[in-house]
Design a protein around this ligand. Structure first.
Ligand code: NAD
Length: 553
């Protein structure tokens, strides 16, 4: 198809078109989503999609076997995947998931980074991140709206609703962090993102996510200051190490309005790059002396977080954007690291309590017009939903498609099903060029237990209880979802989290309509129940308003 977005990697083309290689569209959809996460991933040659180690499959043999199996899978069969490796095919029934997967779940006392690395070296496990192993990653755009909404909540809470003339300092331009400059620009701010790897910075510039790349701090600050003073939005990538640059900016007495960080700080060996080391030295040390690398990363993170705390004490709005940077700093002796709030609790919890979260759809045809048509539907159908209509308009203008054309929008109970059923009808009557897949981030109301990110400071103290994502996955299997995944943390996230993922395919059939309404409604119902159970009034209201049968003791 002529207007299909190009792949970033020649060997990993973006899928699309109407030719089926599998026995049905449901199987073909899952195959295309696997191909898609590689086409938009960070290092597809090594099956790495994002977050340093988040992989689409255990190894190439496993990948090839998954592809072969999807091509022959019947509709009444279920492919079982264990940590990125296909284990077998079960005879189930036509309403059962086509794929179930459990990725990187390690028993409690053993769930530690060092044990994960040892198991990974033996080829026994791999980490699926959230959306990498479940083939749901849609490029940096998947996280843009979340980042944008955080900036806008801060604008409302602290800056009179507008970030014009405001300076955001952040770091990390990887698979997820790469969304920050574009989100900051869309929020009208002047945003500076520090990135240690010049290739990553350049990659974001080449796809239009960042305006300027420089290696010179003075030049970067001058660009920010000029734009800020003129109330113009700008995004600048500065090639450098955040552990050096943050303290230097602080030493100069400059106080950004907002400070955060999205380096892969969660992983002290494969993610964070400590100050004083070249990228080649770090790559070598990963095998030669991981212990030394861990210690050096922790030392740098301590300086990095101390600078963030200093900015906070001078009046910057500082928040943790979900990368465990505070946790490592605290473990290294920065006692007050948790004075920095987590973004979920600070800005997004009222939305999650109503199960409003990052819902996404991917045009399996590969044709961007399918997404534009769904955009029109959403704009017409939710005129009073300010968050969604504002976002769709902005995304249309500013967010380039990567891989399979896709859109993300924060929608809640009922609204998700409404969109999915309308899309299913548009597939059936030929208005769309092909079927559409739906998924959502694992960072969603009922889907994640992560006491340092999603569930930090829950009202009832239930932060570390992982029953919720497990219940969610079971509910999704019982509700006919096409793919259901249970993930736990790997690398630096080992022992920190468990989450559930789901994918559904709108292929225009009546059976798809049943699957979509059952799985999407039950997924958000469980999310609302999770927050209602923890005592959040928003969730109790939502349950009441939407007729969700939450049992209150
Ligand atoms: P990634 O590995 O693709 O990219 C990380 C980037 O940080 C790389 O480009 C790397 O060069 C850079 N970097 C590492 N150390 C640095 C340093 N000291 N100074 C400057 N740059 C440095 O990871 P990603 O997918 O972008 O994810 C980043 C972090 O965000 C991870 O910890 C991830 O788990 C977390 N995350 C949060 C959310 C959320 O919802 N808030 C979502 C996804 C991921």
């Amino acid at each position: 198809m002529a207007n299909r977005p190009p792949s970033r990697h020649a060997r990993f083309p973006v899928p699309g078109g109407n030719e089926l290689r599998c026995k049905g569209w449901r199987q073909e959809a899952l195959l295309r989503l696997l191909e898609n996460v590689l086409s938009v991933g960070e290092d597809p040659d090594n099956l790495v999609v994002y977050a340093a180690l988040g992989k689409a499959a255990r190894n190439w043999a496993a990948h090839d076997a998954i592809v072969r199996t999807l091509k022959t899978l019947e509709e009444d069969e279920t492919l079982v995947i264990q940590s990125g490796k296909p284990i077998g095919v079960l005879r189930t029934h036509r309403q059962a998931p086509l794929v179930i997967m459990a990725n990187c779940n390690i028993v409690g006392q053993w769930a530690k980074a060092e044990i994960f690395y040892a198991l990974e070296k033996k080829g026994l496990i791999c980490w699926g991140g959230l959306t990498a192993g479940a083939w749901q990653y849609i490029g940096s755009q998947g996280v843009i709206q979340g980042t944008y909404e955080i900036f806008m909540r801060i604008a409302e809470q602290s800056f009179g609703g507008d970030l014009r003339g405001r300076f955001i300092l952040t770091a990390g331009l990887g698979g997820m962090g790469g969304a920050q400059p574009l989100a900051g620009r869309m929020a009208n701010a002047a945003i500076l993102a520090v990135e240690v790897d010049p290739e990553r910075a350049e990659k974001r510039r080449s796809i239009g996510y960042v305006d300027h790349v420089t290696g010179d701090l003075d030049e970067a600050l001058a660009m920010i200051e000029t734009a800020r003073a003129a109330y113009e939005p700008i995004s600048v990538a500065l090639v450098g190490n955040a552990a050096d640059i943050y303290p230097e900016i602080e030493r100069r007495g400059i106080v950004p309005d907002i400070v955060t960080d999205q380096t892969a700080a969660h992983d002290l060996v494969y993610g964070y790059v400590p100050s004083g080391f070249t990228l080649d030295e770090v790559r070598e040390l990963r095998n030669a002396d991981p212990g030394r690398l861990m210690a050096a990363s922790r030392d740098s993170i301590i300086r990095h977080v101390r600078a963030m705390l200093a900015f906070q004490s001078k009046g910057s709005v500082v928040f943790d954007n979900g990368n465990l940077i505070r946790t490592h700093a605290k473990n290294g002796g920065v006692e007050n690291a948790f004075d920095i709030p987590i973004f979920t609790e600070a800005y997004l919890r009222p939305l999650f309590a109503r199960a409003i979260g990052p819902f996404r759809w991917m045009a399996l045809s590969g044709d961007p017009d399918d997404i534009r048509m769904i955009d029109d539907y959403v704009l017409e159908s939710f005129p009073d939903n300010r968050i969604v209509s504002n976002w769709i308009r902005l995304a249309r203008e500013n967010v380039p498609f990567e891989g399979l054309p896709a859109r993300i929008a924060w929608l809640g109970h009922g609204a998700r099903t409404q969109v999915a059923l309308a899309v299913n009808r548009m597939v059936a009557d030929g208005r769309l060029k092909g079927p559409v897949a739906f998924s959502r981030d694992h960072l969603d109301a009922g889907a994640m237990a992560h006491p340092n990110i999603m569930t930090e400071n829950m009202r009832d103290g239930s932060d570390a209880i992982a029953d919720w994502p497990l219940l969610d996955a079971m509910a999704l299997c019982s509700s006919m979802a096409d793919l259901v995944a249970v993930h736990s943390g790997g690398g630096g996230y080992a022992g920190y989290m468990t989450s559930a993922g789901v994918t559904l395919v709108a292929d225009g059939t009546a059976a798809a309509a049943d699957r979509l309404s059952s799985a999407l409604d039950n997924d958000t119902s469980l999310g609302i129940m999770r927050y209602a159970d923890a005592g959040y009034e928003d969730a109790l209201d939502e349950a009441e308003e939407k007729g969700i049968r939450h049992i209150r003791l």
